[in-house]
Write a protein that binds this ligand. Structure first.
Ligand code: ATP
Ligand code: MG
Length: 318
């Protein structure tokens, strides 16, 4: 098993009228082949910006201003437009929150699958493409007859399944799923996460699962990365993070979800609000909200320390 994605010191900025939004600031993240990495953190911490950067899909004025994104050793940041387009169509798939905006309402589902296949796979005929689409629907647990329907004829959960099928039809090895279940109700959401787990094995996928729902990552992720204010607070095996979070922000996040730990006496909310990324606080970005803040936290960015299989950016761990 090798490293499929190796993000090194990635920095992404949005220059806006009032200054520069430091959405991602010096992020390091590795994805090993076949794993599901859960990327969590509260709204605005830079999760989607990181996800979009991997496919160079940042919306203007977003710009990668530093760092590398090595995919099988090749730097995506340096790729030409053609190379990027090939990557997006084939080896890396991305699914988003709202499947209706990503499926074309004017075309039947079969057309959306076959067009994708015929565009990317030279020499493929329409009949075989249709066959491939039928096979994909079976993998998704949807009756192949539904290929003849339009997106609006399907439920939200089914559309989300179709979206993931569209992503997988060209056999990618990396799937980036950004809040894929936000628009689904809890039952459909659970089914979708089960499906994702099946597909992951069936298609030997590596998955970056972006979500603010820690329940989702608990169900699926092998490892978890916790982001805060454009930086990484902590990365490690999911079990370790849930059992014994090292970073005070991770501790706060876990304490603020009910039912993960049944012995938890009461629900705790984290005081304060996320940092202003135009004027982030000096030192550790979490220091204004940290219950354990020390002098050094207010002036110096914490070093990233290795603790067993984990990485944590916190002066407390020194
Ligand atoms: N097009 C844009 N122009 C200016 N700032 C932006 C733009 N897109 C994102 N940002 C800023 O970048 C920061 C990170 O946003 P991002 O969408 O990556 O967060 P997120 O973790 O995905 O949040 P959420 O959980 O709400 O999806 C935020 O401060 C956001 O306001
Ligand atoms: Mg987001």
């Amino acid at each position: 098993m090798g490293t499929i994605l190796d993000i090194q010191d990635l920095t992404v900025h949005f220059p806006i009228s009032i200054g520069t939004v430091r959405a991602v600031e010096g992020v390091n993240l590795k994805l090993e082949e076949g794993e599901v990495m859960g990327l969590v953190g509260e709204s605005g911490c830079g999760k989607s910006t990181l996800g979009f950067s991997i496919l160079r899909l940042l919306r203007p004025p977003g710009e990668i201003v530093g760092g590398k994104i090595l995919y099988h050793g090749e730097d995506i940041v340096q790729m030409t437009t053609e190379e990027i387009l090939a990557l997006r169509g084939g080896r890396i798939a991305m699914i988003f929150q709202d499947p209706l905006t990503s499926l074309n309402p004017l075309f039947r589902i079969d057309a959306q699958f076959t067009e994708t296949l015929l565009t990317h796979e030279k020499g493929l005929d329409r009949k075989s493409a249709f066959g491939r689409a039928e096979g994909m629907l079976e993998s998704l647990g949807i009756s192949p007859e539904r290929l003849l329907e339009y997106p609006h004829q399907m439920s939200g959960g089914m559309r989300q399944r179709i979206m993931i099928g569209m992503g997988l039809i060209l056999n990618p090895d990396l799937l980036i799923a950004d809040e894929p279940t936000t628009s689904l109700d809890v039952i459909v959401e659970a089914q979708f996460l089960d499906l994702l787990n099946d597909l992951r094995k069936q298609f030997s996928l590596t998955i970056l699962l972006i979500t603010h729902n820690l329940g989702n990552v608990a169900q699926l992720a092998d490892r978890i990365t916790v982001m805060y204010g454009g930086t990484i607070a902590e990365t490690g095996p999911a079990g370790d993070i849930f059992e014994d979070p090292l970073h005070p922000y991770t501790q706060g996040l876990l304490a603020s979800i009910p039912n993960i730990k049944l012995d938890q006496p009461k629900l705790i909310t984290m005081p304060g609000s996320p940092p202003d990324l135009v004027n982030p606080p000096p030192g550790c970005v979490f220091h204004p909200r940290c219950p354990h803040v020390m002098e050094i936290c207010q002036s110096d960015k914490p070093d990233v320390l290795q603790k067993g299989g984990r990485l944590v950016a916190c002066w407390l761990q020194r």
